[in-house]
Write a protein that binds this ligand. Structure first.
Ligand code: BGC
Length: 794
């Protein structure tokens, strides 16, 4: 394993689902898990192909209730390619001897290579080498090359190349009792002699899907059709001579009726596969596209954790590539890599967009536009709930309605429980924060003053309407919500779900209100008038926003910031006792529920909640925000708060160690690395116990990149300057990256041994202001600066 490849040796059924997730190949338009082409879905293997934004809704019966769920659809499987020797059965890793087996993911080229040696029933050995790609330049194409070599024998083999439409969404065990067949009207056929096709549609969203596969070999073959219902297949009879390698190339095209400029997805797929170049041409153009991507995403961390960061970057780019900029999609929490969370879009974009903003701003803009297209729906949701403004859903899918499941299964107790996580209205603030960050980093005032301002205004309006004035307290309060820590969804024994005055919610709401006022104050008069008319804003509303943004309640207890009002009254948990009894207590909520208890009774959090504020805001900005709300949060108070929650958090989400690592980098540097290291290992070591096989944790992956880029450098794009406040860690003290900042492409940033260097490439753009705690320097295009960093305490 080096910086540029990721490898797995041997065949281990227990690890297969993890490897399939981490060996997924994708291009932003679609992705396919790294499953073996000869395997179908079973308890070990799970081939999955997902097109970004392709959802379907089904109704299921659970716990005596009808529930609806919208899922990212597992599309027909294009991978199937299996081999049998004359008189033998189809070779497979679970039925035949594998003499050796190896997977090698080439991160630079975007290819997955698999080498295996099979032994058939007669003891004959067949070497198989496969190389696959999901094309990064032409997002509708994929390619699987298979090389077969008979070792010590000659004879015929049969190769079957297929497109399988018998697929269901069954990749997540917890969802298995739910309806799972999203594809219907599956038809198959043969086009040209070397081309098979499959068409189908999703049952309720009526998305048409067309797939075509062209299979060619470098030797003469006998080809026969072997279609079975819902599975297009072709059989190739190939004569193998001892030691002479035969090559089988399967090129696949995928279109859906969601594609622009396409009349019929099947015609488009058949046409595309017929015109596609040969293997070498496709490989070459694919590699070029990846080379360009890496140039724009450069992150140079040599040795140590460098390879993990590169793997994370690889998966972020495969989920959200420049092709994403052309689509109407959000950020699926588990990538296009598996079915956990049903491909839904959460607040996780908060951990992803800040990274993308500084590399692929057009992709960020498209992802924010996904939110803007669903603003109308968010307004309707607010209206239906008797609220004003826009209430963005906690989980979003195709049309922006609330997609959070009504019931969730506790696998420990086997009970279906009501799910109140839709009360996480703080997702709206995440949308607003991302609008602001994107515009600061890109300088895209056109977006800020149009779609961005409209979202900010409607989200601010939602908060101002939700906040009620408490005369006794002399403060505004937001009641009945759930914060980022999903463990607490109600007060102990309360009849109704929700908590009051979640600090994270209130402080971010105050920030949104203040930013909305800023934008309204700064935008060109003409645009402002348009916006005011379109949204029906009146001056009294702005006065209210001003009051709420400085008058929201923030609870405190025992000299620390409380997670919510009354948090300090909750019982202390016997953490040691639970760790002794259960070992892994990340999902403490499930453990306690299975015991007949409830995590709501304890000062125990799933993930960072109050501390998230230290993730979103620099110490200076956070201090100012609290001051606006009438509180002095000095360094000592913040450190006490960090200590308090650190010892009361079970890290049941991969986002938790990331945020703690980020925050500790500034508050308790000596301990930061433990958390950062955990965040880095989250997926490669499957720390959340079996969840990586259900899809990568995209927020945590992108978050680790941003941790290097913004967390450890203290990089902010606030106020028209590039601000740095680095906290070098001994484990990660030298690294470099290039960013795109306000029209400057390829600004190089390098940190080492107490020095920061920044080079701005030559261009016609204005100079860049670089600000450290004690000075500002201006760097003109074509110039660079080397700055000695001020000494840090700690
Ligand atoms: C976390 C949420 C996150 C979701 C999707 C949950 O486990 O608690 O914060 O948004 O996963 O990644």
């Amino acid at each position: 394993m080096d910086d540029l490849t990721w490898e797995y040796e041997g065949y281990h059924p227990a690890q297969e689902s993890l490897r399939e997730s981490l060996c997924t190949l994708g291009n932003g338009y679609f992705a396919t898990r790294g499953a073996a082409p000869e395997c179908t879905a079973d308890s070990v293997h799970y081939p999955g192909t997902y097109a970004a934004g392709c959802y379907n809704r089904l109704t299921s019966q659970v716990a005596g209730r009808q529930v609806e769920n919208e899922d990212m659809v597992n599309l027909p499987n294009w991978l199937p390619l299996r081999v049998r020797t004359a008189g033998g059965t189809w070779l497979g890793p679970d039925s035949h001897r594998l003499l050796d087996h190896r997977l090698r993911l080439d991160l630079l080229a975007g290819t997955l290579e698999r080498t295996a040696r099979y032994e058939d029933e007669e003891g004959r050995s067949l070497a198989v080498r496969q190389l696959r790609l999901v094309h990064m330049a032409d997002p509708h194409l994929a390619l699987l090359r298979t090389e077969l070599t008979a070792e010590g024998w000659s004879g015929t083999v049969e190769v079957e190349s297929a497109l399988d439409g018998t697929i269901t969404n069954s990749g997540v065990e917890r969802y298995r009792s739910l309806a799972s067949r999203h594809l219907t009207d599956v038809r198959t056929g043969t086009g040209k002699p070397d081309t098979i096709w499959l068409r189908c549609r999703t049952t309720t969203s009526e998305t048409g899907i067309g797939m075509a596969a062209r299979t060619v070999t470098d030797v003469p073959v006998m080809t026969t059709d072997a279609h079975t219902p819902e599975r297009a297949a072709q059989m190739l009879g190939i004569a193998l001579a001892d030691g002479r390698t035969v090559t089988v190339d399967k090129t696949v095209a995928l279109h859906t009726s969601r594609d622009p400029a396409v009349e019929d997805p099947l015609d488009a797929a058949v046409d595309r596969v017929g015109r596609a170049g040969d293997f070498e041409t496709l490989l070459d153009t694919h590699r070029t596209a990846w080379r360009q991507l890496w140039r724009n995403a450069e992150l140079d961390v040599r040795g140590g954790v460098g390879p993990i960061l590169r793997l994370h970057l690889f998966h972020v780019l495969q989920t959200l590539s420049p092709h994403t900029a052309e689509l109407d999609v959000g950020i699926p929490a588990r990538g296009l890599h598996g079915e956990a969370y049903r491909g839904h879009v959460f607040w996780d974009e908060l951990f992803v967009l800040p990274y993308l903003n500084l590399h692929f701003p057009e992709v960020s803009r498209a992802l924010l536009t996904y939110r803007h297209r669903r603003l109308e729906r968010a307004r309707r949701s607010a209206q239906d709930a008797g609220r004003t403004g826009a209430m963005y859903p906690w989980q979003s899918g195709s049309d922006g309605r609330e997609e959070t499941q009504e019931l969730h299964l506790n696998p420990r107790s086997g009970r279906w429980l009501p799910d109140h996580s839709h009360l996480q209205h703080h997702v709206g603030s995440a949308v607003a924060y991302n609008v602001w960050q994107y515009c600061e980093a890109s300088g895209d005032t056109e977006f800020l003053h149009t779609k961005g301002a409209e979202m900010l205004v409607q989200i601010a309006r939602f908060w101002a309407g939700l906040a009620g004035y408490d005369g006794a307290l002399g403060r505004y309060r937001i009641r009945g919500v759930v914060g980022p820590d999903e463990y607490h969804d109600a007060y102990p024994d309360a009849a109704r779900p929700g908590l009051d005055d979640n600090t994270y919610t209130n402080v971010t709401a105050a920030w949104v209100l203040a930013r909305a006022l800023d934008v309204l104050g700064e935008m060109p008069e003409l645009l402002r008038r348009d916006l005011v008319e379109r949204t029906g804003l009146d001056p009294a509303e702005l006065d209210l926003w001003h009051d709420v943004s400085s008058g929201l309640h923030v609870p405190f207890h025992d000299g620390v910031i409380s997670q919510f009002e009354g948090y300090g009254d909750l019982a202390e948990l016997d953490w040691e006792g639970y760790r002794r009894r259960y070992g892994d207590i990340r999902r403490l909520d499930r453990i306690l529920e299975a015991e007949g208890d409830s995590v709501n009774r304890y000062q125990a959090s799933k993930q960072a909640d109050v501390l998230m504020l230290g993730y979103l805001f620099s110490p200076a900005e956070l201090g100012a925000l609290f001051r606006r709300l009438g509180h002095e949060v000095d360094d000592a108070l913040w450190r006490r708060t960090v200590d308090h929650y650190l010892s009361r958090t079970s890290h049941g989400s991969t986002l938790s160690s990331l945020v703690h690592g980020w925050v500790l980098g500034r508050a308790r540097r000596a301990e930061a690395w433990t958390y950062i290291h955990e965040a880095l290992r989250g997926d490669i070591a499957d720390l959340q116990g079996g969840t990586t096989g259900e899809g990568i944790h995209l927020g945590a992956m992108a978050g680790t990149l941003d941790l290097v880029q913004r967390g450890l450098t203290g990089l902010e794009t606030r106020g028209g300057a590039l601000r740095f406040d680095p906290v070098p860690l001994p484990e990660l003290s030298e690294y470099g990256f290039s960013i795109r900042y306000r029209g400057h492409r390829g600004v190089q940033v390098h940190l080492d041994a107490g020095r920061l260097s920044v080079s701005v490439p030559a261009s016609d753009e204005p100079p860049v202001d670089i600000t450290l705690a004690d000075r500002t320097v201006t760097v003109a295009p074509g110039e660079s600066c080397v700055l000695t960093l001020p000494e840090r305490r700690q």
